[in-house]
Design a binder for this molecule. Sequence first.
Ligand SMILES: [Zn+2]
Length: 287
Amino acid sequence: MLYNGEIFEGKHEPIITKKLFDSVQEVMMRKSKPHSKGLKPFLYRGFFRCGECGCFITTETQKGHNYLRCTKRKNPCSQKYTREEIITSEIQKEIKKVSLPDDWAKWMIAENAKDRQSEVQSSTLFADNTKAEISLLDSKIEKLMTAYLESALSLEEYRDAKSALVVSKQFLKEKLSAFEQKANNRFELTEKFLKFNVELANEEVNGEKIRLLQKVGSNFEIKDRTVLFEPRGAWKTLLDSGFGGGNALVSRLRRDPISASKNDFQFWRCVLDKVRMHFEQNPDESY
Ligand SMILES: [Zn+2]
């Protein structure tokens, strides 16, 4: 026991034996260190399937290096081991293919913000007009009530005319709220997506990034030491819009964004429009 900074031998019987104490310590040490042998958190654990036979790819350590290999549980398979580093550089290559050049991504984010601003102005106009129509219907309903109370209308006439006005009013209200929802969503989702794209391209490959890749695509496979996957959602839209990260135009713009021509701006403008259209049609997809 520790007393005044000095260790004294306790006189009483220990509450637990030294052996029990040691084994408890050992268990606690093991719990606080999940990275110990046998529980190694491999970067690509459970991430890939084999492109040849469809079995899961497993990682194992041999002479200090991590290797990925097909488990070959189902059928014979001719795929060989691949070093983890090779797969990581393959992943980097794939990310580059789906990611926007930095300068253009920033340009698109700025354009999106500008569009949003002008959309806000025209949507304010639309909203104001719709609200004016709604209050016009309200005053018509009121006039109808007055006419009925002054016996200028029968109850039946009053009811028919009123229900027609109420239906129109409901329709306008729904139109207004759907419009407001849509206007907000697609700009916001587009901005989030563009920022996510930049973030993904700029950081090194780690566990967190591998997790994020699940949003980019599905069916990640390794075949002949190459990584394959199917892009999904907005990433698919991005690739389908003629933007193949590897093509000559994009490579040139990546190297030298300053020499951009009018055509280049039109190209990226078009990509931006397609991405935003995607989010207009898929308002539940978020990054
Ligand atoms: Zn296989």
